[in-house]
Design a protein around this ligand. Sequence first.
Ligand SMILES: [Ca+2]
Ligand SMILES: [Ca+2]
Ligand SMILES: [Ca+2]
Length: 323
Amino acid sequence: MKGNVYIADRENHRIRKLHFGLTPSAAPTWSYSPTTSSSSYSNCSSGYSYNNITNSCYMYNSSILLTYTDATAYCNSSSNGWLVTVDDATEFNVIASICDSYCYIGYNDIATEGVWVWQHGDSNYTNWSDGEPESYDTNDDGRIANCAVVDSSQSGRWSDLGCESVFSFICETDPLTTVTPSYYPTLSPSNASIITTIAGTGDANFSGDDGDATNATVNGPAGIVVDVSGNVYFCDLYNNRVRKVTVATGIITTYAGTGSGSHSGDGDQATSADLYFPNGLGIDSAGIVYLLTYYINHCNIVMFLVHQAIYSSLITPIIASAR
Ligand SMILES: [Ca+2]
Ligand SMILES: [Ca+2]
Ligand SMILES: [Ca+2]
C-alpha cells in the first residue's frame, strides 16, 4: 500500500515494515486508574454515582426515609450495596457534603452495646459530634441509640440515634471492575501504523534463502528499496549480498552476490557476482536496481562502485557495469 515505510534495522538484523493505515488487531494495553479519570467518567452500577475523590460509588435520595434495617435492605437490593462505610476524613467530607439532613451510615452497636462496628468492611475512623455516642438518646424519644447518623447540623459529624427511626441514608458500592474508559485509544485509519518484521530473526548470520523471510537470518541490513509490485530489496551488508523478499509469498532469495567479499562478475548473472559490502540501493521506474558497493583498487584505495542489476524478463538479474 502506498505510504508503507521499510526500515533496514541494521543492528537488529531485521527488515521491518511500518504499515500505513492498518488498525492493530489487538487493543493497546493501558494502565488505568479511576482516580485520574475525567469528571465525565462513570463507573458505577445503576442508581449510584461515582466519586473520584474516594473512588467509590454512592446512592442518596433525600426523599426516601427508612429505618436502619429497611435502609440496609434497600442498599443490599441496589446492586448489593451497603450503608456507607466511612474509611477516613476524606470520605467523611464527601459524605458530609452529600447528606443534607440525618442520614444513616453503616455504623452501629446493635450486637453489643458500646462496641461499634461497620456493617461492611473495617474502618477505625470515627467523627462523633460532641457528647456522642450515648447509650440512650434523649433527643430521639429516649430510644436505645444503636445506629449512627450523619447530622448535617453538626457539619456532618455523627450522632447515635434509635435504629427504628426513619431517616435518609447513603448506600455505597465498589466501582465496577470491568470498565471501558471513555478515552480508550482509537487509531484512525488515516494515521495508524504498526510495525512488523518482514525479514530476519535478529541473529546476525546468513541463512534461509528460498524460505520464509522471517525465518531467515541477515547480517547488517543496509540500503533498501521497493519495486512497483511491492517486492523488497535490501543490502545484506556483511553477507556481501543483495537479498529480495517477494511480497506475494514472503520468500527471501539472494538477488545479487555470492557471499564472497570481493569484486567480480560484471556482465554475469548477479547471483554469480562477488560484491564487497553492498550498502546502498536504488531502483528506477523500470525496475532496474542500482547497487552501491565498496571496491578496493590495486592501490589499496577504497572506492565506491555503482552496479546496475538488470532484470532480464524479470528472471535473470545481471550486473552490467562496473562504474
Ligand atoms: Ca467507604
Ligand atoms: Ca448504643
Ligand atoms: Ca445520640
